[in-house]
Write a protein that binds this ligand. Structure first.
Ligand SMILES: [Zn+2]
Length: 289
């Protein structure tokens, strides 16, 4: 039987769709069966010989030290625990040796179904892949990336898509300012294996993880999120974004060929589309697309 939408008026049928009130307080529900990790890495700068400071092309023979991963911070969405590891505390000559970070990083990537990262698609994911490959690792199992920077740009026009700005306008979490070691000094001091700088780096890295997760949860109902209901083995009709079964039919979603029931999640506010095509086969035969 054709499912009945609660306020069953499709757009374009001559009658206005009744108001469907926005959710006052969307709930950041944690979906079941899917492991969602927020991850952030900090890297060491390249060290190179060069003659000028502006508009310079640096040849690969001029590079003295390659970029490496200095630290990473991570958090599973279904846990309060923060995960952090860095290359510090082993002397200056070991700071750029990120081999000790590789296995723990690989394990995290391997366990994750979805990884949330700020600028992760362009930077973190590829940097981690490069370091893993250099250290001789095989790829971890595939995961999906939710990039809060890219999604911030695609779905919204914020004044800035930087994590600091998005965290400021969307959440109560702010980016940690490394006040003891302002700007690049933090990296310089970490390169000297200064324990106070490493303590600051840990705070900074983990604060970015917290901010990134908070921004992600605000962005989530607005973005094209991986379908978490596909990971849940229950027979419930669930929100594709947060997995909640507290969803309500409201009108129809119309594609080029057919109509489907449209659902709004009463927990996170995201919209999902039913799988069942409502347009009968005989009707589809006479339609054009
Ligand atoms: Zn939802």
């Amino acid at each position: 039987m054709r499912p009945q939408a609660r306020r069953g008026l499709a757009k374009g049928k001559g009658a206005p769709t009744p108001a469907f009130p926005p959710l006052a307080r969307p709930k950041p529900r944690v979906p079941k069966g899917v492991r969602i990790l927020t991850l952030d890495i900090e890297t060491s700068p390249l060290l190179s010989y060069h003659w000028r400071i502006f508009d310079e092309n640096i040849g690969i023979d001029q590079i003295q030290e390659d970029t490496t991963i200095l630290s990473f911070g991570a958090k599973w969405l279904d846990s309060r625990q923060l995960i952090y590891l860095d290359t510090g505390g082993r002397g200056v000559d070991k700071v750029r040796d990120d081999s000790i970070l590789m296995q723990p990083l690989w394990n995290l990537l391997h366990q994750a179904d979805v990884i949330v990262m700020q600028n992760g698609q362009a930077f973190d994911r590829r940097t981690i892949n490069a370091r893993l490959a250099i250290h001789g690792y095989s790829p971890p199992s595939p995961y999906k990336v939710v990039d809060t920077h890219t999604h911030g740009r695609q779905a919204f026009r914020f004044t800035s898509n930087k994590l600091e700005w998005q965290a400021r306008v969307l959440t109560h979490t702010t980016k940690h300012k490394h006040s003891k070691f302002p700007g690049f000094e933090l990296w310089l001091e970490c390169m000297k294996d200064n324990p106070k700088a490493w303590a600051e780096m840990k705070k900074y890295n983990l604060q970015d993880v917290r901010a990134c997760e908070a921004v992600y949860l605000k962005q989530r109902p607005w973005i094209n999120h991986p379908n978490v209901s596909a990971y849940d083995k229950s027979l419930l009709t669930q929100c594709r974004t947060c997995g909640s079964a507290n969803i309500e039919a409201d009108g129809y979603e119309t594609t080029r060929a057919a109509q489907y029931v449209r659902y709004r999640c009463n927990d996170c506010g995201a919209w999902s589309r039913g799988k069942q095509m409502l347009t009968p086969a005989e009707t589809r035969k006479v339609k054009v697309a």
